[in-house]
Design a protein around this ligand. Structure first.
Ligand code: NAG
Ligand code: NAG
Length: 628
């Protein structure tokens, strides 16, 4: 059944436009849309929005020269625009007011745009980076070039101009860049409909990465695979899929590569559903996950099979059970049984259910049958798995168990490696060593175990702000969800005022800079629901020094932090953007009743062993800290 309305969609970015739109990871600055009534074959409405990019301070120099020349836009127009989330809300209201909003019983509509870039390379990745919820209607669109080729059986269509020329149509005379493009798309649509074309199946953007398995004998097209390098090693396959948001990855199409020791090495092979999507993926070369840029290269079908393809029948049987999420357990006692694993997951808190009971657990063994201390466990849903991941570093017997999100490819590689007869016959203990902590001797917890407060400039901590009064560590862990697995032992520090009241802030030490960045990207500006109220929580990476400073003398962190997470890169050619360090709004900190007049000598405090035993002598300005 054909759609009754089309919405011609057009956007421009602050950097490259046209064929290379989105390839430089620049932000959307212009959004134009035109509502087309298919039944009556006419234009109903047209709207244009300027979009203000982040960070706002930079708006004076935000457009590249290339962009200005191409689009005729200038900074003044953009500066007065709305941020992307507002513009999207306005668009949503527009649909509603025109009676075409899918959630309000409206007539159906579908986007139409010139090529895949606008939707797949701009709206999807940018909203994903900014944690903006993109409505589901952005998962469907018609690619006007494809429709055109299909109907007129031609092959030379590169852009709107080419379509107009082919049909002998005049270009639109509108002065404004985006308006012109939408009007021209409308005249092409008009002609297509007049000539009898029916807009049938639309292009679909897959919403999430589906799990799947790949066997050694499967055929994988050479034109569908990329190798991504430089990934934070904690990245799950879903994190990697997020980097490629907007493109269709095949089922089970993310294969994390492992080193010969079975460690992740920051590389992954990613298989897309078509060559078109593989090519779009290549254009994301050097795009960012946090501050890190990711390299994306072409790879072959064989590369993918080598990493993802399994030959182990036990693994294949396990993986075919259809769990949504696989969790890797490390550090199991070598005598652990499936029942003990089931008990581990079924106990409180964070009780969760393993898919198919004992059959949902796969132990990893050496060729001689000894356990490696690893197991894979299946969960039926993300929800169950997230509860399970909260058990990271819970105890089984005398050991901490580490839990990580895993993938089918990892299962296959780990099993393949473990069964390799050349596998060094070392006690499994030493193989696993550095990631696994033995339980430290139970000591009476000192008031101030400074050794747990890190220092240094590595940005491996996150600062949470705007926490509701009364929020506890468990609320924070719930809020961080799967990212709480990266918190170091006793790494959550609530900040209290000198009156002993929660200040609404917490500092959290993460395992690494990458973990801090991933957590921030995925949780910054997300809602925490507490006492039935919603709060938007800031999650900002910071260093141990930043943290110690606030925790030890209550001084506001000023220049130390960048403006929130800025997943968008700041263009280097703007020197002014770099020089004055942007101060994050320190409202909550600033309002704390700290009286500390001058910065305390940090060294003295940090290495003063006596301090830990004399809490009564803590100076009044000292913010008490709660350890977890
Ligand atoms: C993209 O994925 C969706 C569902 O995940 C599928 O329906 C669609 O056919 C895919 N499109 C392409 C071009 O592979
Ligand atoms: C592991 O994979 C390699 C390379 O694909 C293969 O040659 C080998 O037979 C596999 N080993 C096992 C034990 O499955």
């Amino acid at each position: 059944m054909a759609v009754s309305y089309l919405v011609a969609l057009f956007c421009a970015s602050a950097g490259k436009n046209g064929e290379e739109l989105g390839s430089d990871e620049e932000q959307i600055i212009l959004f134009v849309y035109l509502l087309y009534d298919v039944t009556n074959n006419k234009v109903v409405a047209l709207q244009q929005h300027y979009v203000k990019p982040q960070p706002n301070e930079l708006s004076e120099t935000v457009l590249t020269e290339e962009c200005k020349t191409e689009t005729g836009l200038d900074e003044n127009m953009i500066k007065n625009g709305q941020p992307l989330d507002h513009v999207l809300e306005e668009f949503d209201r527009f649909l509603y007011s025109k009676g075409v909003h899918p959630d309000h019983g409206g007539k159906s509509f579908c986007f139409v745009s010139d090529g895949p870039n606008h939707i797949r390379q701009c709206f999807h990745p940018e909203t994903c980076n900014k944690n903006i919820n993109l409505p589901a209607y952005f998962n469907k669109y018609y690619d006007l070039r494809k429709e055109f080729k299909k109907y007129y059986k031609t092959d030379v269509i590169k852009n709107i101009k080419a379509m107009l020329d082919y049909l002998g149509l005049e270009g639109d005379q509108s002065v404004e860049y985006g308006v012109r493009q939408c009007q021209e798309m409308a005249s092409i649509v008009h002609r297509l409909i007049n000539d009898g074309h029916v807009f049938g199946e639309s292009d679909i953007v897959s919403e999430r990465l589906e799990p799947g398995i790949c066997s050694k004998n499967e055929f994988v097209d050479d034109n569908s695979v990329v190798r991504a390098r430089g990934l934070p090693w904690q990245s799950s396959d879903q994190d990697i899929a997020r980097f490629f948001k907007g493109l269709n990855i095949s089922k089970g199409g993310v294969a994390l590569c492992l080193s010969p020791q079975g460690r992740r090495n920051g590389e992954a092979l990613v298989r897309f559903e078509s060559e078109e999507h593989r090519d779009l993926a290549i254009r994301r070369h050097k795009h960012h996950i946090g501050q890190r840029y990711i390299e994306v290269y072409k790879a072959t079908g064989k590369d993918f099979i080598n990493v993802a393809g399994g030959s182990n029948t036990e693994a294949q049987a396990f993986l075919s059970r259809g769990g949504q999420v696989i969790i890797r357990m490390r550090g199991l006692p070598f005598t652990a049984t499936t029942q003990q694993v089931l008990d581990f997951f079924s106990r409180d808190p964070n009780q969760c259910i393993v898919l198919d009971g004992e059959d949902g657990i796969l132990f990893v063994h050496y060729p001689d049958g000894r356990s490696t201390g690893d197991a894979f466990v299946l969960f039926a849903s993300e929800e169950e798995a997230n509860k399970a991941l909260k058990k990271h570093r819970d105890i089984m017997g005398t050991r901490y168990i580490e839990l990580f999100k895993s993938t089918t490819a990892e299962v296959q590689q780990v099993l393949n490696r473990s069964m390799d007869p050349r596998n060094p016959e070392q006690p499994a203990d030493s193989q696993l060593s550095p990631l696994i902590a033995q339980i430290p001797q139970q000591t009476t917890l000192p008031m101030l175990p400074q050794n747990f407060i890190t220092s240094g400039t590595r940005r491996d901590c996150v600062r949470l702000r705007n926490l509701p009064t009364g929020a506890q560590v468990t609320d924070i862990l719930t809020f961080l969800g799967e990212y709480s697995q990266f918190i170091v032992y006793q790494g959550v520090h609530m900040v209290y005022t000198s009156q002993g009241e929660a200040s609404g802030e917490a500092f959290i030490q993460m395992e690494s800079e990458e973990a801090a960045v991933l957590t921030s990207i995925n949780r910054h500006r997300r809602q925490m629901i507490f006492a039935n109220k919603k709060r938007i929580i800031d999650v900002i990476p910071c260093s141990g020094d930043d943290m110690s400073l606030v925790l030890t003398n209550g001084m506001p962190m000023t220049a130390a932090l960048p403006p929130a997470v800025a997943p968008m890169i700041q263009r280097q050619l703007i020197p002014t953007a770099v020089s004055p360090p942007t101060m994050i709004p320190t409202s909550s900190i600033a309002s704390l009743p700290y009286q500390m007049p001058q910065p305390a000598p940090m060294q003295a405090f940090q290495h003063h062993p006596a301090m830990t035993h004399i809490p009564a002598q803590r100076p009044a300005y000292f913010p008490p800290i709660l350890y977890w």
